[in-house]
Design a protein around this ligand. Structure first.
Ligand SMILES: [Zn+2]
Length: 359
């Protein structure tokens, strides 16, 4: 059994409001605690998307009532909120730009709107971007022109990590995250699953992409699950939405890399605790830790998971690290299959939390 600080995930989808049958702040934060995460940042591509005061208040109100671990919520950048987004900056953990295909309507193709967001979002508040391929070059350039930091979500391809490396070498203020599914798997690894269950964005790539992530590990500031739950029925339906659930398997999967020496324990803690908190300016609750059992194998079973979505792409996989206990703020929050932290006990990590009442 080893003890680590509580993990921090800067990229989850909790589907509230509008998709509570897939996941909500209650089940999502229960899954987080079971996976060893004591803080999470939730994405804004909900229904409606979180782009203004009323939609944000709805999500923050649900989070305040239901969250069992610490959390922040992102504001979404749309074409309609270029002049108002900055006024909401202290209520959220950052602004999210979607430059490529994702689940929901938040994709931002318009250069004018994109430029308006990059230039007006406060420089001291995090700006995160889903930017693949050429979009990555565009957002790096815009951030540099407007002299501000930018965080790149779920880097997955060789050319992307190479471009970020070059940008960092030139002094660009860019940070990035990578997800377990891209670090450890390729498109061919899930051929046993029905096609809909293989759908995830960014897509799973080729072995050379995966290898490039490890060859450039120093460029990858942090790990993020991109926990993106949809129900099994939706994944098996006619128009399967993209996304994998990931909170409860991330540490166990990344432990493969610790076991085979690609990742040191310090490197793991740096990328799952220290750096994500630093990038998003989040302090940890005191007396927060997890106990991880290592060296014995456990088999992933969807029916034993806390997520509401009811399936996992890792069904039946044997992992060698398992979170047994999670302590948050001095209280035992998860104990060997039982979530003990009650709904509403989580803390809003936004700088202005508590100064606003949900409308
Ligand atoms: Zn995502």
């Amino acid at each position: 059994m080893i003890r680590l600080p509580g993990l921090f995930d800067p990229h989850v989808h909790f589907r509230e409001p509008g998709g509570e049958h897939k996941e909500d702040f209650d089940s999502g934060t229960a899954a987080a605690l079971a996976g060893g995460f004591t803080g999470v940042l939730a994405m804004p591509n909900t229904q409606p998307p979180l782009t203004d005061g009323p939609s944000l208040a709805k999500s923050l109100g649900a989070a305040r009532a239901k969250a069992r671990c610490d959390y922040g919520v992102f504001l979404g950048a749309g074409t309609e909120n270029t002049s108002t987004a900055a006024t909401l900056a202290d209520r959220v953990c950052g602004l999210k730009l979607y430059l490529d295909q994702t689940f929901g309507p938040l994709r931002l193709d318009d250069l004018g709107a994109l430029q308006a967001h990059v230039s007006s979002w406060p420089r001291d508040r995090p700006l995160a971007a889903h930017a693949e391929g050429r979009s990555l070059a565009a957002v790096l350039f815009l951030a540099a022109v407007h002299d501000r930091p930018v965080h790149i979500c779920h880097v997955s391809r060789r050319e992307e990590v190479i471009l970020i490396r070059a940008a960092k070498e030139r002094g660009f203020r860019v940070t990035c995250e990578a997800a377990p599914q891209h670090l450890l798997f390729t498109a061919g690894d899930f051929s046993h699953l029905p096609a809909g269950r293989r759908e995830v964005r960014p897509r799973l790539n080729e072995p050379l992409d995966r290898q490039a992530l490890w060859d450039n590990l120093a460029v990858i500031d942090c790990f993020a699950t991109d926990h993106a739950p949809h129900t099994a029925a939706e994944k098996d339906g006619d128009a399967p939405p993209p996304g994998f659930p990931g909170l409860e398997t991330a540490l166990g999967l990344l432990w493969f890399a610790v076991d085979d020496g690609r990742l040191t324990l310090d490197g793991l803690v740096d990328r799952m605790v220290t750096q994500p908190r630093k990038i998003f300016g989040m302090t940890a609750s005191p007396e927060t830790s997890i106990e991880v059992e290592v060296g014995t194998t456990w088999e992933v079973r969807a029916r034993e998971l806390q997520t509401k979505c009811g399936w996992t792409p890792y069904e039946g996989m044997r992992l060698t690290a398992r979170v047994r206990r999670t302590t948050l703020g001095g209280r035992l929050a998860y104990d060997d299959g039982r979530v003990l932290a009650p709904p509403g006990s989580g803390r809003d990590l936004a700088p202005g939390a508590g100064r606003h009442t949900p409308r």
